[in-house]
Design a protein around this ligand. Structure first.
Ligand SMILES: Nc1nc2c(c(=O)[nH]1)N[C@H]1C(S)=C(S)[C@@H](COP(=O)(O)OP(=O)(O)OC[C@H]3O[C@@H](n4cnc5c(=O)[nH]c(N)nc54)[C@H](O)[C@@H]3O)O[C@H]1N2
Ligand SMILES: Nc1nc2c(c(=O)[nH]1)N[C@H]1C(S)=C(S)[C@@H](COP(=O)(O)OP(=O)(O)OC[C@H]3O[C@@H](n4cnc5c(=O)[nH]c(N)nc54)[C@H](O)[C@@H]3O)O[C@H]1N2
Ligand code: SF4
Ligand SMILES: [Mo]
Length: 862
């Protein structure tokens, strides 16, 4: 049986054809008919099938450490929330939800909190993700509407990526834009780091972090002087205060901007000229813009340029805020943020009364609720007596996660709905509720370009897992609102959501789903992807009171001088093949080996000055916390700046706990944290020994040593290790069985293998000054019915098998294999590599990496 569904991961929203092939196995193919991807998938989507097993799943409701029936668990949750509201008022309870919920789940949670509990303390991880874009849209357009679509990318002649590592984070949009570049469009990337995305650009501006307003204001004023502004559009469709041009003009000359942004004036000039000469320009932005204490201003600086040049609402000419999570946009539509009410309505009248009337709600929130950072602060201060977390892992993903953990530990009642049993957050839960996972759920999601698609179940619900909407409506019913939460099917919720969107909507709210309010469930079952809103702003009309868009006078804030104790700036972000806290991608061996360990990337000059060695360990600290990383020296970093990934957690590593590091400073308008720039320091850490441990099956426990990172491998687990402690303590990790071992005391080397009925059950290799063998051959031994007698050698004589880190995740091809092919077959382009060994021919996510390897090899050869 095949179903048409949507990818579980990013906001590109690719269509998938999923076919069940066994008890818990699914074949994944790109849906050739889906408008977002037309059959293509990236490495993460391609390997979704590796994450649908039951390893680590939460399959039953749990009260504390004990299994409980649904009735008992639900009654307990409903009673604790009701009691808290009765005793301390509606503001004493909170929900913290997620852009990974489906629209139906999200709608019911929002309705329960805002309309029935009667407070607005429901916020979402989207606060950390694109609330600055929401706030910027509201200021400029009057409504949170993303005007662009992917077809605009296909039609653009210039694509500007600002604060977006699109090749890794929105790979299918990236493939669409590369296809456009192949047809002649130009690509400009504005990012302090030389990412793989930047590496392929026609022009890369490695600006000083946080200087984006200066850059955009400079562009705006250059366009003004060059006569590139659209005077007609400004006159008819845009308003600006009398002071706008004077305010934004300050420090906007080429030389001042070059100085503020720390880029070459010639490069800046080249950008201006390209921009001026290219009416069909799409500017895509994501976290480098949003996740800043000036995020909303940065968004408006971009929107100002597009409005003033009339490059909005036209084919190939748009500002384009791309969303991160699969249903970030759906969350905005239902009003999942504490600062919005529902269906693009706010808390002012007549919206509030209208929504209350529609819901027939006994009460309704009168004002916005607590935004994520304030919400967890309120939890820490004891003001929240009951907290329900759904589909997000705030103990990892909130800034200053140490304080968030302390708050969770102190909260009288914490409920966590998740698909995974043990997460860093669920460790604090009094009640854990087992949610249906991707592949088991039914509902809708809205992607970055307003396309609504169905997610459809291809697998049955395992254990006692239930869809999120079902769990929430059960709590609503048990809190006493039986008719308002009498849903039996997600289609009923969808139709209600659609009805609210058109309810007393005279066209002043662009968000509307006409034609979806009625019909039976069959229409919902058969729903094909569609985009709401048509082409917003095509006629130059905006959803403000006077129909005009606003130019918002934003000015570059003073950039902080380096602090004495924290002289560096810490930037945080994503890896190509991992998703957030790795609860799902961390299960997939094919995704694990692109980047096995959490790295801190350091500029060579800083590394030399601070004695940081490539491949050594380093301790990164900020005023909030500290964590260990493996150092990678990279001239793609700017001097004085560090970059670390966000993915590793208590479950997967002893280091790489990035959530502890960012400070909880937020944008004053949106409340979005400035995750990309925290004052930091770095210090090299020497260890006495290094090693690794390979175990058959899932590893229950993290080895107890300074550095231990889990890597999923076929049929088992690899732990990369290093430490100072006596390595003898690692013995505790070894299973029983026949033991063989070898030692070389001169180099401090010990090698142990455990065999169970001839099969390799474990291999532990540790050395102080010697070499460690590659891991691949030993990992392959896990599959052998009879382990090779050479296991203690770590390899077969004469065979070098380690293929290096995975580059092509689809065909599982490592770096060394590719370099060998380039050298031996004298390959000179990415297509030739594909023809020779297949790398890069499937999902295409690794094509930028192949390009870089080629450049490096050709450079070497010369
Ligand atoms: N592989 C993968 N893909 C994902 C995700 C994932 O976890 N893994 N998560 C999804 C989600 S939820 C999101 S929100 C998106 C995020 O997608 P992106 O926004 O593309 O990802 P990030 O790595 O967070 O940050 C983007 C870039 O902003 C740059 N940056 C930092 N500071 C500044 C600055 O001051 N100015 C400018 N111009 N740039 C700056 C960083 O160097 C970084 O390269 O990805 C989505 N896709
Ligand atoms: N330092 C730093 N921190 C960041 C960022 C950054 O760039 N830097 N980026 C921020 C951004 S943009 C984002 S979006 C967040 C993401 O951060 P989180 O939302 O915390 O990350 P995830 O690991 O995706 O957490 C999702 C959880 O939901 C569970 N889950 C998956 N599907 C379902 C489901 O259907 N139902 C239920 N109930 N649970 C489910 C997963 O197992 C997992 O535990 O991180 C933010 N934090
Ligand atoms: S780009 Fe990749 S992760 Fe994002 S939706 Fe498409 S297949 Fe999924
Ligand atoms: Mo995000």
């Amino acid at each position: 049986m095949s179903v048409r569904t949507t990818c579980a991961y990013c906001g590109v929203g690719c269509g998938i054809v999923a076919t069940r092939t066994g008890e818990r196995s699914v074949r994944i193919e790109g849906d050739p008919d889906h408008p977002a991807n037309r059959g293509r998938l990236c490495s993460k989507g391609t390997h979704l099938g590796e994450t649908v097993g039951l390893d680590g799943r939460l399959l039953h409701p749990m009260i504390g450490k004990r299994r409980a029936g649904w009735d008992r668990a639900l009654d307990l949750v409903a009673r604790r929330f009701r009691d808290a509201v009765a005793e301390f008022g509606p503001n004493s309870v909170a929900f913290y939800v997620s852009g990974q919920l489906l629209t139906e789940d999200y709608y019911v949670a929002n309705k329960l909190m805002k309309g029935f509990i009667g407070a607005a303390n429901i916020d979402t991880n989207s606060r950390l993700c694109m609330s600055s874009a929401v706030a910027g849209h509201l200021r400029a357009f009057g409504e949170d509407v993303v005007p662009a679509s992917y077809e605009d990318v296909d039609a653009a002649d210039l694509i500007v990526l600002i604060g977006s590592n699109t090749a890794w984070c929105h790979p299918i949009v990236y493939q669409r834009l590369r296809a456009r570049c192949a047809a002649g469009a130009k690509l400009v990337v504005i990012d302090p780091r030389r990412t793989e995305t930047a590496g392929e650009a026609d022009l890369h501006l490695p600006i000083r972090p946080g200087s984006d307003v200066a850059l955009m204001n400079g562009l705006l004023h250059w366009c003004r002087e060059a006569g590139v502004l659209d005077a007609g559009f400004l006159r008819d469709h845009v308003s600006a205060s009398a002071e706008f041009w004077a305010q934004t003009g300050e420090g906007s000359d080429l030389w001042s901007v070059a100085r503020t942004c720390d880029v070459a004036a010639a490069d800046l000039r080249a950008f201006h000229e390209l921009f001026a000469a290219t009416p069909r320009t799409v500017t895509l932005f994501s976290q480098g813009i949003n996740q800043s204490v000036a995020g909303t201003d940065q968004v408006n600086a971009i929107l100002n340029v597009h409005l003033a040049t009339g490059r909005i609402g036209k084919p190939g000419a748009q500002p384009f805020s791309i969303t991160g999570q699969p249903n970030a946009m759906g969350g905005r539509e239902v009003g999942g943020l504490a600062s919005t009410l529902a269906a693009h309505m706010g808390f002012d009248e007549p919206d509030r009364a209208r929504v209350q009337r529609f819901w027939a709600a006994p009460t309704i929130a009168t004002k916005p609720g607590l935004k994520a950072v304030d919400l967890f602060r309120a939890v820490g201060e004891g003001r929240i007596k009951a907290l329900w977390i759904m589909a997000t892992n705030p103990a990892v993903s909130m800034p200053d996660a140490g304080s968030v953990r302390a708050a969770l530990a102190a909260c009288p009642f914490v409920v966590v709905s998740d698909v995974i049993a043990d997460t860093d957050t669920s460790a604090f839960a009094h009640v854990r509720l087992p949610a249906a996972a991707w592949g088991e759920k039914d509902g809708t999601v809205t992607n970055s370009d307003r396309t609504v698609s169905r997610q459809r179940a291809v697998l049955p619900l395992p254990g006692e897992a239930k869809p999120d909407w079902w769990i929430v409506k059960e709590i609503g019913r048990r809190m006493g609102w039986k008719t308002a939460f009498a849903y039996d099917h997600p289609a009923e919720i969808w139709r209600e959501h659609a009805r609210l969107s058109t309810y007393q909507n005279d066209g002043s709210r662009l968000f509307a789903l006409p034609g979806h309010s009625g019909g039976g469930n069959e229409g919902y079952e058969a729903m094909a992807p569609f985009r709401w809103g048509g082409t917003p702003f095509a006629e130059g009309r905006f959803p403000t009171a006077d129909g005009r868009a606003r130019l918002v006078p934003v000015v570059q804030r003073a950039l902080p001088a380096p602090l004495r104790d924290w002289p560096l700036t810490l930037n945080t972000g994503r890896y190509r093949d991992q998703w957030h806290s790795m609860t799902r991608t961390g299960l997939a061996p094919k995704l694990a080996r692109h980047r096995e360990e959490p790295l801190v990337e350091v500029h060579p000059a800083d590394a030399a000055r601070l004695g940081i060695a490539d491949g050594g360990l380093a301790h990164v600290s900020t005023p909030q916390g500290a964590s260990l990383y493996r150092a990678r020296i990279s001239d793609g970093q700017r001097p004085g700046e560090l970059f670390v990934p966000i993915h590793w957690t208590d479950r997967t590593a002893s280091g790489g706990r990035t959530g502890y590091l960012p400070r909880p400073h937020v944008d004053p308008i949106s409340g979005q944290p400035g995750f990309k720039a925290t004052p930091a320091a770095i210090e090299a850490v020497a260890t006495r020994w290094r090693g690794f441990l390979i175990l058959a099956g899932e590893a229950a426990r993290r080895p107890d040593c300074l550095w231990a990172t889990r890597v999923a491998v076929p049929l088992g687990t690899l732990w990369e290790l290093a430490g100072d402690e006596d390595p003898a303590r690692l013995e505790a990790c070894l299973p029983g069985g026949t033991r063989i071992e070898a030692a070389d005391p001169a180099r401090g080397t010990r090698r142990v293998a455990i065999l169970a009925e001839g099969r390799l059950a474990a291999a532990l290799f540790v050395t102080q000054t010697g070499l460690l063998p590659g891991r691949d051959w030993l990992i392959e031994q896990l599959a052998a019915p009879q382990a090779s007698p050479m296991v203690l050698a770590g390899r077969m004589p004469g065979v070098t098998v380690d293929r290096g880190p995975t580059v092509c995740a689809c065909l599982d091809i490592g770096m060394r294999t590719i370099v060998d092919a380039i050298r031996s077959q004298r390959l000179t382009d990415v297509a030739a590599i594909g023809a020779a060994i297949g790398a890069g021919t499937q999902c295409g996510s690794c094509r930028p990496a192949l390009g870089r390897l080629l450049t490096r090899e050709i450079h070497h050869a010369a």
